[in-house]
Design a protein around this ligand. Structure first.
Ligand code: ATP
Ligand code: MG
Length: 559
């Protein structure tokens, strides 16, 4: 699958080809795209694809990109979501400039459009009940039946539609339907409902309206009003395109917009369905919509992903007409690539045990100069304290080493990263046999971790100075579900949550990391990339989320 997508990003994708043809033929002078979220939840990685695709096209072809809240449905929309969506789109780097729109601002124009259709004899008020409408609609193999109200006069329709608007009918009693073709093989064209009665308060228009337009009628009007040229949506709307075109044609817009569908982005081993996320939030499995194990944009940001890494990811995914799922490892690859040169490389010990250097002067602390990123000298250097007692990772010592073990064991010499060569002399244990401290001696001539006489050591381990170290909470993550084990439980269809999706450890980190603020990103050598948690990091008491480990099984496919 990846092979194919990379090929597509190298050549022009099919949407770019359509746009270039339209521009070359003079169909449009300038293109305009839009991102039209329904404000009924938080945006996720799939929406990021749509945002960056639409914004990227507008930028590439020097056109415009609009952000439009598709808030025609009064039941679910919340101002909270409007704010979070704006913040997420902005964070991703998509700039709508001064073009922030709300579909509900067009309710008057939509009403006028409906009146126009009635006057053209292309719409009628139908008194059938919702059940009857369903019965009359027919099936995929059988044509539908015409409503007995289909041939009402224009005058009667206008009068009834006005009554609908004036609140004279209860919910569900009357609808306005487009008059198209009850025998159409496309069910969407069988006199679809375009307006319904709903006595509900709208978050923007309050109680002004008690009739609301249906999506398939409203969306093309919104696009046409804004001068959108290429209305890009996902594949499930393919069968709705004839209706989109019908609305645009019957309303006689001078510059009709065009709907183009592409495949949704799916990621392996993550949960994107709003329903499932809501349940995880409500039952406390995750700590909110931005829990770093989720792939809402807020969660990715909190985990430590950068907008650049998501842009790169979306680019690598490409645009296609075929539904497929992308390996989560590809997203991890993108953040590693992005942070490799940008993030300072620090020392943090996640599973600490003491290392005592018996021949190092007691009470002495020296400062070693350490480059912040060996591969990027621009990040400068820092001073790291070193002393007689250090913390190292528990797994960096083995009393009885296994074959090929190159780290500390009695008699073996290793390099303490950026510091000295040390030779292990033994360890201390408590009454239960747990190792409480490891002992070694150091070679003062090996300062900086350089060999004094050409002798080689095979292992290099990281450390932090015990007396200067800062305590830090580190949160280590695994994917919340595992596709190989099954995402859903067979019995009840509930999510099969990975019990190890979160591990919290108390780590010791370099004193420099005590200054960590929300969203500061580091590489902890050998342990991965980490980010200061935006809710829980306090001055001097950092809390880190592991964005991604350093090891990767993902290989970018060859071009
Ligand atoms: P969900 O089903 O996840 O709630 P939605 O389609 O209902 O998503 P909307 O707010 O209606 O969410 O969608 C806004 C835009 O984002 C639409 O143009 C939609 O096609 C697009 N979009 C939604 N999910 C994806 C996805 N997984 N990949 C790409 N684009 C998506
Ligand atoms: Mg939706």
């Amino acid at each position: 699958m990846e092979k194919e997508t990379v090929k597509e990003t190298v050549s022009k994708n099919f949407i770019e080809q359509i746009i270039e043809k339209d521009l070359a033929e003079g169909k449009y002078e300038e293109i305009c795209t839009r991102f039209p979220p329904e404000p009924n939840g938080y945006l996720h990685i799939g929406h990021a694809k749509s945002i960056l695709l639409n914004y990227g096209l507008a930028k590439k072809y020097k056109g415009k990109f609009n952000l439009r809240f598709d808030d025609t449905n009064p039941t679910k929309e919340k101002t909270e979501f409007v704010d979070s969506i704006k913040a997420d789109v902005k964070w991703l780097g998509a700039d709508w400039e001064d073009r922030l729109y709300f579909a509900s601002d067009y309710f008057d124009q939509m009403y006028e459009a409906a009146v126009k259709l009635i006057k053209k004899g292309k719409a009628f008020v139908c008194d059938l009940s919702p059940e009857e409408i369903r019965e009359y609609r027919g099936t995929l193999t059988e044509p539908g039946k015409e409503s007995p109200y289909r041939n009402r006069s224009v005058e009667e329709n206008l009068e009834l539609f006005e009554k609908m608007r004036n609140g004279e009918f209860p919910d569900g009693s009357h609808v306005l339907r487009a008059k198209i073709d009850m025998a159409s093989p496309n069910i969407n064209m069988r006199d679809p409902i375009i307006y319904r009665v709903a006595h509900m308060t709208h978050h923007n228009t309050g109680d002004k309206w008690c009739i609301y337009p249906m999506y398939d009628f409203a969306h093309p009007i919104e696009d046409a009003i804004e001068g959108v040229t290429h209305s890009i949506c996902t594949l499930e709307f393919e069968d709705h395109r004839p209706l989109y075109d019908w609305v645009v044609k019957e309303l006689e817009y001078p510059h009709p917009p065009k709907q183009i569908e592409f495949a949704k982005l799916y990621l392996t081993n993550v949960v994107t369905g709003k329903r499932y996320i809501k349940k995880l939030v409500e039952d406390g499995t995750v700590d909110g919509w931005d829990d770093p194990r989720l792939v809402s944009i807020a969660a990715l940001r909190r985990r430590g992903f950068t907008p650049e890494s998501i842009q790169k990811f979306v680019e690598l995914c490409g645009v296609s007409k075929a539904n497929s799922s992308v390996d989560y490892a590809m997203l991890e690859y993108c953040i590693r690539e992005d942070l490799k040169m940008k993030a300072p490389r620090m020392m943090a010990v996640l599973d600490p045990v003491k290392l005592v250097i018996d021949n190092y002067p007691e009470g002495e602390i020296e400062y070693l100069e350490v480059p912040n990123n060996m591969e990027n000298p621009e990040l400068g250097v820092r001073q790291v304290p070193f002393g007689r007692e250090l913390y190292i990772e528990r797994e960096d010592f083995m009393e009885e080493p296994v074959k090929k073990y190159r780290r500390l064991y009695p008699g073996n010499e290793v390099r303490l990263m950026n510091a000295y060569f040390v030779t292990c002399t033994g360890c201390e244990k408590d009454e239960n046999g747990n190792i409480t401290a490891i002992h070694c001696t150091y070679d003062p001539a090996s300062k900086g971790g350089n060999s004094p006489d050409g002798r080689k050591v095979k292992g290099t381990i990281h450390w932090v100075c015990a007396s200067a170290a800062v305590k830090a909470q580190c949160r280590l993550y695994e994917n919340i579900v595992d596709e190989e084990k099954g995402v859903y439980n067979k019995e009840d269809g509930s999510l099969n949550v990975n019990p190890n999706s979160l591990t919290v450890v108390e780590a010791y980190v370099e004193p420099e990391l005590g200054k960590t603020e929300a969203y500061d990103r580091y590489q902890f050598v050998r342990n991965g990339f980490f980010c200061g948690d935006c809710h829980d990091t306090k001055p001097g008491a950092p809390v880190f989320n592991r964005i991604v480990s350093l090891k990767s099984s993902f290989k970018l496919p060859e071009k």
